[in-house]
Design a protein around this ligand. Structure first.
Ligand code: SGN
Ligand code: CA
Length: 533
C-alpha cells in the first residue's frame, strides 16, 4: 500500500511558508529547516577513480570535491545493473531490474505506467524537471519540465526535445555539458518559485567516445598517466566471461571512432573499424569554428602518431594515454559545469534548503583488467561515486561506509520530501545514514544482475551478491555442444585480493563463506522473484 505523507513542516505553501515558520515566536525551539529542494546530478560513466575526492592518482575535480567536503562521501556505493538504461530504471523506480523490467539497453522500453519518485514528488506539489540524458526509450513521465537528448546524445551541437517542442528534436549550438547545465538553470529561472523542486541534471558526458570541449582539447597533453595495477591481467583463475568480453583497450578500442585519429578513416585497414560512420557524423555536426579548433589540436598529434608507426606494447600505451586524456578532459567540463550550477544556487540563496546529490549511472574501467566500458560486477564498474550535500543533516566532510545501491535513491528523495516509500520499492532511504551512524539493521548484502548479452562488448549475463568483504558472481546463459546450459562461478575475498584476480570458488578453505553467500544469493532470487540465472 502506498502512503503519501506530505512534508509535515511545509505542506507546500512554498518558500514563503519556510520564512514564516522560521520567524514564528522566538519562545519556540528553532525549527529544523527541512530542505524542500533536490538537485540530483548524474553523469554517464563517470567512475570514482576519476574524482579527486575518491582517488588522487589522476585528476583534480575541485567542484565535485567541494560537494563532498561540505557533505558526505559514500565509500561503498554500488549499482544494481551496471548499464545506463537499466541503472536509470533502478534509480527512478527503487526496484531491481527484474521488477522494473528494464533489463538491458538492447531490447527494453521503460513501462512508464510504473510508480517513480518524480511522479510521487509531483503529486505532493513538487516541480519536477529532467535535463539531459534519459535513455529509457518511452517518454519521460512525472516531470513538469524536461529537455532530453535522443539516446546517448551528442557532444557537439546536440539535439534536445522538450514537452514544448511537441516531440521534435531541436539542434542547439554548443557543447553538451554546457547546454545541459543551461537547461537546468533555465528551469530554475522559470519555475514556480512558490513550490519546492526536484531537478534531475543527467549529463551525457563522459560517455564513449569521450569528445572534449574545444577549450580542453589540449589539457593534460604533457602528462603521462600510470597504468592501473591490473592493466595486464591474464584472467587466469577466472570464468570464460573475463576472456570473451570485447572491451579490451588493446583489441577492441578503435583508432578512429574511439581515439579520434581521423587521418586513418579512409585507409583500407581501418575502414571496417567499429562506428566509422558515427565518427564521421560527430565531425559533421561541428560548426566550422569547432572543426577548425579540433583539427588544430588533434591533427598534429595524430600525424606524429601515424609517423611513429607504433606496434605492440608501444601502441597499447599510446591508446591508453589518448583514451584516459580525452576522458579526463570531458570530466573537466563536468566539474566546471557543476561548479556553475552550484554558483547559481548560491546566488539565488538556495544552498541551505537544497539537497545536492552527485553520482553516475555506473563506474567504468580506466584500463583495469586491460578494459574500458563497464557491465561486470567487478569493483570498478559495480561501484558508482555518490556524494551528497545537505548541511542541515549531514556533517561536512563525513564518510559513510554502509553498503548503498542506486535502488536507494528513490526512497531517499521521497524521505527528504517527507513521504514514506511504497512497499514495492525495495531500496532503502539513505536519510538514516546522514547523521554519521549506520543503523544496526542496515543491509549486509547487495544483489547485482546484468542481462545485456549477446550485445556490444559481449559481457556474459551474471548475477551475484557482495557483502562488506566477499563477492560471489554467477555467470550463466551459455550452452555447451550438447545444448546443455552451462554456468560458472567466481568468489573473491576483497580484503586480501581487492583487484579480484584470485577466484576462490570451490577452494575448500572458503567453503563456509561460499555456502553463506550462495544462501544469500538464493534468497535474493526468491525474494526478488528473479526470472533467470
Ligand atoms: C554505446 C557504446 C558502448 C556502450 C553502450 C552502453 N558504443 O553502445 O560502448 O557500452 O553505449 O553505454 S558507441 O559506439 O555508441 O559509443 S551506456 O552508458 O548507455 O550503458
Ligand atoms: Ca552509462
Amino acid at each position: 500500500m502506498e502512503k503519501l505523507q506530505p512534508n509535515l513542516f511545509f505542506p507546500f505553501a512554498g518558500v514563503a511558508a519556510v520564512a514564516s515558520f522560521a520567524s514564528c515566536s522566538n519562545k519556540q525551539k528553532p525549527v529544523e529547516q527541512k530542505p524542500l529542494n533536490i538537485v540530483y546530478i548524474m553523469t554517464d560513466d563517470h567512475t570514482a577513480q576519476m574524482m579527486s575526492c575518491y582517488d588522487t592518482r589522476y585528476m583534480e575535480t575541485p567542484n565535485l570535491d567541494r560537494i563532498a567536503a561540505d557533505g558526505v562521501r559514500f565509500t561503498q556505493s554500488f549499482v544494481a545493473n551496471s548499464l545506463s538504461g537499466p541503472s536509470r530504471a533502478c534509480m527512478i523506480t527503487g526496484k531491481h531490474s527484474c521488477a522494473n523490467k528494464f533489463y538491458d539497453n538492447t531490447t527494453c522500453v521503460f513501462d512508464s505506467s510504473q510508480q517513480t519518485f518524480p511522479k510521487l514528488l509531483q503529486k505532493i506539489g513538487y516541480q519536477t524537471a529532467l535535463v539531459g540524458k534519459w535513455h529509457l526509450e518511452s517518454l519521460p513521465s512525472g516531470f513538469n519540465y524536461w529537455e532530453i537528448v535522443p539516446g546517448q546524445g551528442d557532444y557537439y551541437n546536440p539535439e534536445f526535445k522538450s514537452k514544448e517542442s511537441n516531440g521534435k528534436y531541436v539542434k542547439e549550438e554548443g557543447y553538451a555539458t554546457t547546454l545541459t547545465t543551461d537547461h537546468a538553470i533555465e528551469f530554475l529561472e522559470e519555475r514556480d518559485k512558490d513550490k519546492p523542486f526536484c531537478l534531475l541534471v543527467h549529463h551525457k558526458a563522459p560517455h564513449r567516445n569521450w569528445m572534449p570541449d574545444t577549450k580542453y582539447m589540449d589539457l593534460y597533453e604533457d602528462v603521462e598517466f600510470p597504468y592501473p595495477d591490473t592493466f595486464n591481467d591474464n584472467y587466469a583463475t577466472r570464468c570464460d566471461a573475463a576472456r570473451t568480453q570485447e572491451m579490451s583497450i588493446d583489441k577492441n578500442m578503435t583508432l578512429v571512432y574511439d581515439l579520434k585519429v581521423d587521418e586513418l578513416k579512409d585507409k583500407e585497414a581501418y575502414k571496417k573499424e567499429w562506428n566509422i560512420d558515427g565518427w564521421q557524423a560527430s565531425l559533421d555536426r561541428m560548426t566550422p569554428e569547432q572543426r577548425e579548433a579540433w583539427i588544430a589540436s588533434y591533427k598534429p598529434r595524430n600525424e606524429k602518431f601515424i609517423n611513429e608507426n607504433l606496434k605492440g606494447e608501444d601502441l597499447v600505451k599510446w591508446k591508453y594515454q589518448r583514451y584516459i586524456k580525452d576522458y579526463v578532459r570531458c570530466i573537466k567540463s563536468i566539474d566546471d559545469e557543476v561548479g556553475r550550477l552550484i554558483a547559481y544556487l548560491e546566488k539565488e540563496g538556495l544552498m541551505d534548503n537544497t539537497v545536492i546529490v552527485y553520482t553516475s549511472d555506473q563506474g567504468f574501467y580506466m584500463g583495469e583488467h586491460g578494459w574500458f566500458d563497464k557491465r561486470f560486477m567487478y569493483e570498478e564498474s559495480f561501484r558508482t561515486p555518490l556524494i551528497i550535500r545537505y548541511p542541515a543533516k549531514i556533517k561536512a566532510g563525513s564518510e559513510c561506509t554502509a553498503l548503498v545501491q542506486n535502488i536507494d535513491y528513490a526512497p531517499t528523495y521521497l524521505d527528504i520530501a517527507g513521504i514514506e516509500k511504497p512497499d514495492y520499492m525495495v531500496g532503502t532511504s539513505l536519510v538514516p545514514l546522514f547523521g554519521g551512524e549506520t543503523p544496526k539493521d542496515w543491509r549486509e548484502y547487495l544483489y547485482y544482475h546484468y542481462y545485456d548479452y549477446p550485445a556490444i562488448h559481449m559481457v556474459r549475463r551474471h548475477d551475484g551478491v557482495r557483502d562488506s568483504r566477499y563477492k560471489l558472481i554467477h555467470f550463466y546463459g551459455e550452452k555447451n555442444e550438447h545444448n546443455d546450459a552451462i554456468s560458472c562461478n567466481e568468489l573473491y575475498d576483497l580484503q586480501s585480493d581487492p583487484n579480484e584476480l584470485n577466484n576462490l570458488y570451490d577452494n575448500p578453505e572458503y567453503a563456509d563463506i561460499q555456502t553463506r553467500l550462495q544462501a544469500r544469493l538464493d534468497k535474493f532470487r526468491v525474494d526478488q522473484k528473479v526470472d533467470e540465472y
